[in-house]
Design a protein around this ligand. Sequence first.
Ligand SMILES: [Zn+2]
Length: 238
Amino acid sequence: MNLRKINNFYAVKESNRVFYLNENKEFLFYYDLPNKIVTLQENKSNIANYEFILQKIANDFWSGKITQTVFVLKMFRFVRKGFEGAFELGMKSIGILPDEILIADRLQFQNWLTDELLYVMPLSNYILNNQQKNFGKWSLIKNRMKLWGKRYLDILNKSRTLGGFDIKLQWNLGATEKSCKSCLKLNGKVKRASYWAENNIYPQNPPNDKLECGGWNCDCELLPTDKKLTSGRMPNLP
Ligand SMILES: [Zn+2]
């Protein structure tokens, strides 16, 4: 029996089923590994929609339609909603339903969310100083909001490395990827979810010291796969 420890839990895989045990090795619950994989295509509309709404909220503040307070509140609400959606979609794509998500994984998610929300106030000050009435350029803010939009994919990718400790994930090069050598080196590599997480190798995750591009504009994806694991060591990164 191949028992693995993850945080305060044990997990064991038997054919297509993963059993979770508590610290006393008593059975908690199980989940079945996915037979359906959520593809990049299906994710694309969610990612585009997340960025679209962020752009809208920022534009309303830039043009003076809403106040700074309303902007901050809207951002808090919407980023939370978006992150939760990305987290649950990531989990679903590796076969874990919302009510099966481990508390430890929810806590990890809360950390990611809290980190993101810390940047909302500085962002609001930046937009305030660059509002339309002060002749600030929308293009500057728009570019910044694009980076915020990328975080949806970031959370989606990271979520898959949590509960799916035993799942194989393949690095798929993003559509707009041009010059990042690190992403090219990683493209096609298949490793277990736990491997990506333990080695802190993720797409996005800015500022990402494993990627030459810093991960800011990366749209690579870690996708569940049943291809063979890549043997040997990882290339030198970044
Ligand atoms: Zn990339």
